[in-house]
Design a protein around this ligand. Structure first.
Ligand code: ZN
Length: 428
């Protein structure tokens, strides 16, 4: 019975509670018991959750697509600390809470999504409240997001550098603590996932296939018929030095293609009308716009060393160490693929980073995807209405919907009186 997020050990001390996570229902925020899988081709390791592992299926390496050996001994779930909630108080939306499970048989950990009086609906991977899509802030998105790929530690996907039609190998830069992208060189990334066929039937170049980003957390790979396409994703870029000249970043997924121009603080331009010098002091740029010429929605942001860019919940969010911006994209969305199973005719997720006029020194570059809320455990995004949350109740969900027992179908709304407290989720 792998689905229930029972916490297997409880050690009360004073009014504080400590538990051990017993399932994968809150991955990746909180980690349950997992096997370590080691790639027999590239030796990389990855986790496979105990409760979603299917030994009859091959476990494939997300880096190279090779076959993995899975350990027989699992590592235990993470230990968590629960802070008691003051009496009569409800947790904040999106707080992680520990609750008594039905019948008092154990304790489970979920996230509070719906509050009393709210009409709850899941549509195509997102939560809707009283007929409006819940729109997360950049902070909330980052806090709950799933890391798809990351330089330098886990470079999932196909990375390449090109300049004037020439391709440069990426050989050694993943071993370095920082990486310099020369001016006018294009850094390109395409998401890949292990193909269903391996390896006798194909050569190694076919072990990975370019793909839209999918909710593959519970899959030991190759389970493509249960995967859902995740439309909402973005990147988080940290630089070792402040940028010195404009840099263009383009993100192209299954939603609207976007391009964001990063402009250095103090960058000097000449106004074409008045010929006057203009110095960028930050927060000087207006609304983004759709450009039919480039085929991108274009926006600008002032940046020094840090910027996050994401298409989330119908908006483009751009947040740098200088300013925060958000643009409503819902009227512009050209094509929505939500609630469509994975198929080969969908475009893969990709981005391009291109500095113009000065090098870019990258310290960390992560691709993050949004949580995808399924209406059922097994297949499908789809739509489902859950009614109105009664007084003193909550609508709670696990962060890993395919593996979570929660308010969708299993126990409905949970009374606030079953809440033991809030859980501190470690920073990732
Ligand atoms: Zn590998």
């Amino acid at each position: 019975m792998g689905l229930i997020a029972l916490l297997v050990a409880a050690a009360g001390c004073g009014s504080d509670l400590e538990f051990q996570i017993g399932s994968s229902s809150m991955e990746p925020s909180l980690q349950g018991p997992a096997y370590q899988a080691r790639c027999s081709v590239c030796a990389a390791t990855q986790r496979v959750s105990v409760d979603s592992y299917r030994p009859e299926l091959a476990t494939r390496c997300v880096l190279c697509g090779g076959n993995c050996q899975v350990d027989s001994q699992a590592s235990p779930g993470q230990r968590i600390h629960v802070d008691p909630l003051p009496l009569q108080e409800l947790p904040d939306r999106l707080a992680v809470v520990a609750l008594e499970s039905e019948g008092g048989q154990g304790v489970m950990v979920k996230r509070a999504w719906g509050l009393p009086g709210e009409r709850i609906e899941i549509r195509d991977g997102d939560l809707w409240i009283n007929g409006k899509r819940l729109q997360k802030t950049m902070d909330e998105f980052k806090r709950m997001s799933v890391e798809v790929s990351q330089y330098p530690q886990r470079p999932v996907g196909r990375w390449s550098i090109a300049n004037r039609g020439k391709q440069y190998p990426m050989v050694s830069w993943f071993e370095k603590s920082k990486f310099t992208l020369q001016s006018d060189h294009r850094l390109q990334w395409t998401y890949t996932r292990p193909a269903a066929v391996y390896p006798q039937e194909t050569n190694s170049s076919a072990w990975l296939i370019a793909s839209p980003i999918v909710d593959d957390l519970p899959a030991n790979q190759g389970l493509s018929y249960t995967l859902q396409v995740v439309q909402d994703w973005g990147i988080s870029l940290e630089l070792a030095e402040p940028i010195s000249s404009p840099t263009f970043i383009a993100l192209q997924g299954t939603a609207l293609p976007i391009q964001v121009q990063l402009v250095p603080l103090g960058w000097v331009t000449v106004d074409p009308q008045t010929s006057e010098l203009q110095v960028n002091a930050g927060a000087a740029y207006g609304a983004g716009k759709w450009s039919a010429k480039s085929g991108f929605y274009q926006a600008m942001v002032t940046v020094q060393q840090q910027v996050d860019i994401a298409v989330v919940d119908g908006r483009l969010l751009v947040s740098s160490d200088v300013e925060d911006r958000q643009y409503d994209l819902s009227p512009l969305r050209v094509q929505s693929v939500d609630h469509k199973p994975l198929s080969t005719d969908l475009p893969p997720a990709r981005f391009v980073i291109e500095p113009r006029g000065g090098a870019l020194v990258i310290r960390r570059l992560a691709v993050l995807r949004d949580i995808y809320l399924r209406t059922t455990h097994r297949d499908g995004g789809g739509r489902e209405e859950y009614g109105i949350v009664p007084p003193d109740h909550l609508f709670v969900l696990g962060d890993n919907p395919p593996a979570s027992v929660d308010s969708r179908h299993d126990f409905g709304f949970r009374p606030a009186s079953s809440i033991l407290g809030t859980v501190r989720v470690p920073q990732r």
